[in-house]
Write a protein that binds this ligand. Structure first.
Ligand SMILES: N=CN[C@@H](CCC(=O)O)C(=O)O
Ligand SMILES: [Zn+2]
Length: 441
């Protein structure tokens, strides 16, 4: 690993005034993850995280980090006038450690109804596709989400985001996809956009997933046409009026759901509109997702339980992020994605909770634990995948994913001097506090 500098400091620390928002003093460890402005990590670098021991971290009034390193070095800076009038919040982190806020690379957090009854069916042996084909699964959630009002969906989303942020997630990707008709897809995007405009500290990268499933009364061809000719134009109109914002386009590319030609047509249309391609691929069958992603210029592919060697090579060569979701394999009792092979092939791996009514988990500490135990990742790799790589998979690496000067002071204070306890203490992670832009949430 490139040697760690003694401290990290912004080029112009007083750009937003000499009054600072918060000073985290004397943490046993501050895991910045990166220390050299890396945009993401792949290969052996995924197993290396930058750690400053006995360090402090300063956040300015714009919510951005200006300094990480020893307290005495900070106090010796001529621009740092240290008294209570110059730092709004002082947080004593003695005996604690700090990591970047987690970035959840894949969630489906807007839905009505739950599927605990299907959990029981799966425990009794039913497969995901059995339930899907019988009209359950996504179909069940679609029925309930269509019937729900904006208000109900919004209130439920905000409650879920409250729970998520308490578990250390400070930014997440979030999809539509339980509408499968124009009105409900637009409604879901409207709810996600309204959330981002609210005061909630956990902001979202919003993904349109009209291609999540084919409604039971339509053919794949007809529904694909509907997405391109009706749903996307309606979304574009809503974007123009400011009620909807979209960052990414997604399709559930899977045998018997969305086949290759239809997947490509939808993703291509999204790309023309400037949305980043971030799709579900190779979950239950090998579908050459890496090749599809490389041809279309995808940023990320999620799932990849069945990914083949050739596709891994294409993903590595084209810097396509593999967003792995260990909760899916766990809950469906299928083989998890080959995380080791992906990392060893040079594919940048990110993590997501896949929070949805099938995999009801929104805890990134738990996801990291699963990725270590079930996917054989190291704790360093899991942290990199849940921070800088997940941020980069969503084009957020300039602002989030590491604790370097210039980025937001989004961080998790861990009640243990060794940061690894956030992964090790699996069911009840020792989170002392979560901060977004230097403010406690
Ligand atoms: N695989 C497709 N979509 C979701 C599941 C959605 C659902 O079952 O409601 C996933 O990422 O796991
Ligand atoms: Zn998903």
């Amino acid at each position: 690993m490139t040697a760690l500098p003694p401290y990290l400091m912004a080029a112009n620390p007083v750009a937003s005034g000499t009054v600072f928002r918060s000073l985290f003093r004397n943490a046993a460890q501050i895991v910045t993850v990166c220390a050299h402005g890396e945009t993401h990590k792949s290969g052996a670098a995924m197993d290396q995280v930058a750690i400053f021991e006995n360090a402090s971290l300063l956040v300015d009034q714009a919510g951005r980090i200006v300094y990480v390193g020893p307290l005495d070095t900070l106090e010796a800076q001529p621009w740092f006038l240290h008294d209570s009038t110059h730092v709004e919040f002082e947080i004593d982190c003695t005996g604690q450690s700090i990591v970047p806020g987690f970035v959840d690379g894949h969630t489906h957090p807007v839905f009505a109804g739950d599927r605990v009854h299907e959990f029981a069916l799966k425990l009794a042996g039913a497969t995901y596709l059995d339930i899907h084909k019988a009209g359950g699964g996504i179909g069940f959630t679609v029925q309930h989400t269509r019937a729900a009002s904006d208000e109900t969906l919004f209130a439920d989303l905000q409650k879920r985001m409250d729970r998520m942020i308490k578990l250390g997630t400070t930014f997440a990707e979030a999809k539509s996809g339980y509408g499968l008709d124009t009105a409900t897809e637009v409604k879901m995007l409207r709810v996600l956009t309204r959330h981002n405009k609210s005061h909630h500290a956990l902001k979202l990268s919003i993904t349109y997933l009209g291609g999540h499933s084919v409604p039971k009364d339509k053919t794949l061809a007809a529904y694909t046409q509907e997405i391109i000719d009706e749903q996307i134009p309606a979304i574009v109109r809503a974007v123009e009026t400011g009620t909807v914002h979209v960052d990414n386009i997604d399709v559930f590319y899977e045998k018997g759901v969305f086949e290759r030609a239809e997947t490509e047509a939808v993703l291509r249309r999204g790309k023309e509109l400037g949305w980043a391609i971030n799709f579900h691929g190779d979950e239950l069958h090998a579908m050459a997702s890496g090749e599809v992603g490389a041809q279309l210029g995808a940023r990320a592919i999620s799932h990849l339980e069945e990914v083949q060697d050739r596709d891994m090579e294409m993903m590595a060569k084209n810097t396509i992020f593999a967003t792995l979701l260990p909760t899916t394999a766990y809950v469906l009792r299928i083989a998890p994605p080959p995380a080791r092979k992906l990392i060893d092939s040079g594919v940048p791996v990110a993590l997501g909770s896949d929070f949805n009514p099938n995999a009801h988990c929104m805890s990134m500490p738990h996801v990291m634990n699963l990725s270590c135990v079930n996917m054989k990742m190291t704790m360093n790799e899991a942290l990199v995948a849940a921070t800088i790589n997940a941020a980069a998979s969503l084009h957020q690496e300039a602002d989030r994913g590491s604790l370097e000067p210039g980025k937001f002071g989004d961080l998790v204070v861990i009640d243990n001097p060794d940061w690894r306890h956030i992964i090790y203490q699996m069911a009840d992670p020792p989170i002392a506090a979560v901060y977004v832009q230097g403010t406690r949430v």
